[in-house]
Design a protein around this ligand. Structure first.
Ligand code: URA
Length: 244
């Protein structure tokens, strides 16, 4: 079965959201809006405390997230939660959200197959994410994978090359891979190395967030001088969901 046609009602642009002061107000708007991607049944909102050290931004909810109405609760979410714990980060003390708030999928028999959101779809949802992060005001935003980088930076940037500390529109950030990418690496040793590198990224992000404003790098819209670890993503590469 083909997915439903993408509805016409787009998320509100930035100006329409400037009067929105609280997360409850913003979430009410997001929940009431039609999905801007084919598939999407309900909006999956971000969750976590205001003013956390870290906010994590993923791509979009998956099948489990859509069913449960919570971000990162499926296989990628389990991996993210484990990596956070291994990096000394409490998930419940962090804010977790997505670039696109609805699950974009194609129905094939009983299965709902994840579809990568287009750049246009990501940019429609971007205003919500921007306002959301202004209200949540984390010390540092972790971009998980290429779609989050696109949403936060407003343009496509190479994750592998820029992996590390980064500023998004003046906001302290950190670019790393998406946990789904790790799940798709077939070779066990490569998968383990990629997982270790991911945990090292999360640790570096935690340290950077806890250093406070005085230690934040000054460059805007570019890469900071990050605490680095050596490994780069290894294993499965290519387009679609396997892309970091
Ligand atoms: N992948 C994401 O990017 N977000 C989720 O919430 C789940 C999987």
């Amino acid at each position: 079965m083909k997915p439903q046609a993408a509805p016409s009602r787009a998320p509100a642009p930035a100006e329409a959201l400037t009067g929105v002061r609280t997360l409850a107000e913003l979430n009410a708007i997001i929940s009431a809006a039609d999905p801007n991607v084919p598939g999407g049944t309900r909006a999956v909102l971000g969750e976590g405390p205001l003013h956390p050290a870290l906010a994590f931004v993923g791509e979009q909810p998956g099948d489990q997230e859509d069913l449960q109405g919570r971000p990162f609760v499926g296989p990628a979410g389990e991996l993210l939660t484990r990596a956070m714990a291994d990096a000394g980060i409490r998930r419940e003390a962090s804010y977790v959200t997505n670039s696109v708030k609805h699950f974009k999928f194609e129905q094939r028999g009983k299965r709902r197959l994840h579809q990568k959101p287009t750049a246009g779809e990501v940019s429609h949802y971007r205003w919500w994410l921007k306002r959301e992060l202004e209200i949540v005001a984390p010390k540092l935003v972790v971009a998980l994978g290429a779609t989050a980088v696109l949403a936060l930076a407003g343009k496509a940037l190479p994750v592998t090359k820029l992996r590390g500390a980064f500023r998004f529109d003046g906001v302290l950030g950190y670019i790393t891979v998406h946990p789904s990418y790790l799940l798709r690496i077939p070779d066990a040793a490569a998968k383990r190395a990629a997982y270790d590198a991911f945990v090292a990224d999360l640790k570096a992000a935690r340290v950077l967030a806890n250093r406070g404003p005085a230690h934040r790098a000054e460059r805007s819209g570019g890469r900071d001088a990050p605490p680095r670890r050596s490994a780069q993503p290894t294993g499965a590469r290519g387009g679609g969901r396997g892309t970091p």
